[in-house]
Design a binder for this molecule. Structure first.
Ligand SMILES: [Zn+2]
Ligand SMILES: [Zn+2]
Length: 218
């Protein structure tokens, strides 16, 4: 064996060791969830703007005291389309998210850029399945463009958090609240959404805290 070959051989071993060490450290970095917080996952359904994904991630981490992952984008929900209504059935989308069988997450929230409905309502801002602990929100009616008004990204961000917190609230067993300043108030219009804001009323907050599933890590 020539010295060049020996040298290459050593270099190869060093490279492999470096790669192994790197992968170990990368894994360690992933385990940053040291205080065992609950983990949510946001699923982009079809193309969703990165800014809103990251903003939602950051806000939910803060508000629910959890770690939030952004999952891999899934296909646009053509399977849920109703050709006469020209809208998408939110229950079908919830089932689709559930059937992804993502493990290791306490709650899953889908973000979708199409208008949603359920058979008993003309439209919905989002939906949730309490048992499956999955939720979905539509961004369509949160944009000023939908109402023929100039875009307002701050307002869009704010509305997105309201609807995300609302649907996640349902996954904790909360029902609609009579207090129109509570995030669990049922929005029939975008004005209802803007008016209710992102916070739980004291009653709803109490129910959430009793569950010991949220707001305080177990
Ligand atoms: Zn609701
Ligand atoms: Zn309330």
């Amino acid at each position: 064996m020539t010295s060049t070959l020996k040298c290459n051989y050593k270099l190869a071993i060093i490279t492999i060791l470096a790669l192994l060490l790197n992968s170990i450290f990368t894994k360690t970095n992933y385990a940053a969830n040291t205080d065992m917080k609950k983990i949510f996952c946001i699923i982009p359904i079809g193309d969703i703007d990165n800014n809103i994904l990251q903003y939602t991630q950051m806000e939910l981490e803060k508000r629910f005291n959890v770690v939030v992952d952004i999952g891999r984008q899934i296909e646009a929900p053509t399977y849920a389309y109703h050709k006469h209504k020209k809208q998408y059935n939110s229950t079908k989308i919830l089932n689709k998210i559930h059937n992804l069988k993502l493990t290791g997450y306490d709650r899953i929230l889908g973000l979708v850029n199409v208008d949603l409905y359920v058979p008993e309502r003309t439209f919905v801002f989002g939906g949730a399945d309490i048992k499956k602990k999955v939720s979905v929100i539509s961004l369509t009616r949160l944009k000023q463009k939908f109402y023929d008004l100039p875009e307002d990204s701050a307002l869009f961000n704010y509305r997105t958090i309201i609807e995300a917190v609302h649907e996640l609230g349902h996954t904790y067993g909360l029902y609609h609240c009579k207090d129109n300043k509570c995030v669990m108030f049922l929005s029939n219009t975008i004005d209802d959404t803007d008016h209710k804001g992102t916070e739980f009323c004291s009653n709803c907050k109490e129910i959430m805290e009793k569950k010991k599933d949220i707001l305080k890590p177990e």
